[in-house]
Design a protein around this ligand. Structure first.
Ligand code: SF4
Length: 212
């Protein structure tokens, strides 16, 4: 994709959705971190269903720890990998209290030192909670980056680094949301909805499937 087309790509997504937001429901940085940690290989809808009740009783690391392993599992057992996620969440809470006064740290290094928190989760927290221009590459962004020619790469990290080079500064803070939403609802995995796509003119993907 040519640089001028990258500009058009993001200007078009921005015009359609000027203030994009995460579809995860949370009301604090701690809840965002917990929700992202729980969302690996699970849909945002399933995570929101579980966290609605979990966050009502455990909105802080201290209250989460007090709930204990069985208590956390009871709330999240509808989500895939719930046992290991519950353990990671509780260990993360313990470290937040021990090392960070119960607050979520604003550094990649400190975030990635928490159990269950990898580069993608750290990027989401840095971007969504703290407004840092980071880009968490999930399955949707990986696909959209490669398919459109925007940021081709063999690994999520390669796509992330390419996006950081190519996305114009003005769009960097919200690019994560636009790309995820575009991948989730338009540029879908099995069959991209090119006939419905606002950025079809600047997308390199060929041949584009016709409207069914
Ligand atoms: S034109 Fe098709 S392949 Fe390209 S971004 Fe749109 S939906 Fe995806």
């Amino acid at each position: 994709m040519k640089p001028a087309d990258v500009e058009t790509f993001f200007a078009t997504l921005k015009a359609a959705n000027p203030q994009p937001a995460s579809e995860l429901v949370y009301s604090s940085v701690f809840e965002l971190l917990a929700a992202v940690l729980l969302s690996a290989q699970a849909t945002d809808v399933s995570v929101n269903k579980a966290t609605r009740r979990l966050f009502a009783v455990a909105p802080s690391p201290q209250r989460m720890l007090a709930l204990g392993l069985d208590g956390v599992i009871e709330h999240i057992k509808t989500i895939g990998l719930f046992r290991s996620k519950a353990k990671h969440l509780l260990e993360t809470c313990r470290l937040l209290i021990e090392r960070h006064g119960g607050r979520v740290p604003r550094s990649r290094e400190a975030l990635e030192a928490l159990p269950g928190v990898g580069r993608k989760t750290a990027n989401v927290v840095l971007n969504v909670a703290f407004g840092e221009p980071t880009l968490a590459v999930d399955t949707h962004i990986f696909r959209v980056g490669n398919r459109t020619g925007l940021a081709p790469g063999k690994t999520p990290l390669a796509v992330e680094l390419k996006l950081l080079q190519r996305v114009p500064a003005a769009y960097l803070e919200d690019a994560h949301h636009w790309l995820i939403l575009h991948g989730r609802y338009v540029c879908q995995a099995r069959k991209p909805r090119c006939w419905d796509c606002a950025v079809a003119d600047v997308c390199d993907f060929r041949p584009k499937p016709p409207r069914p």
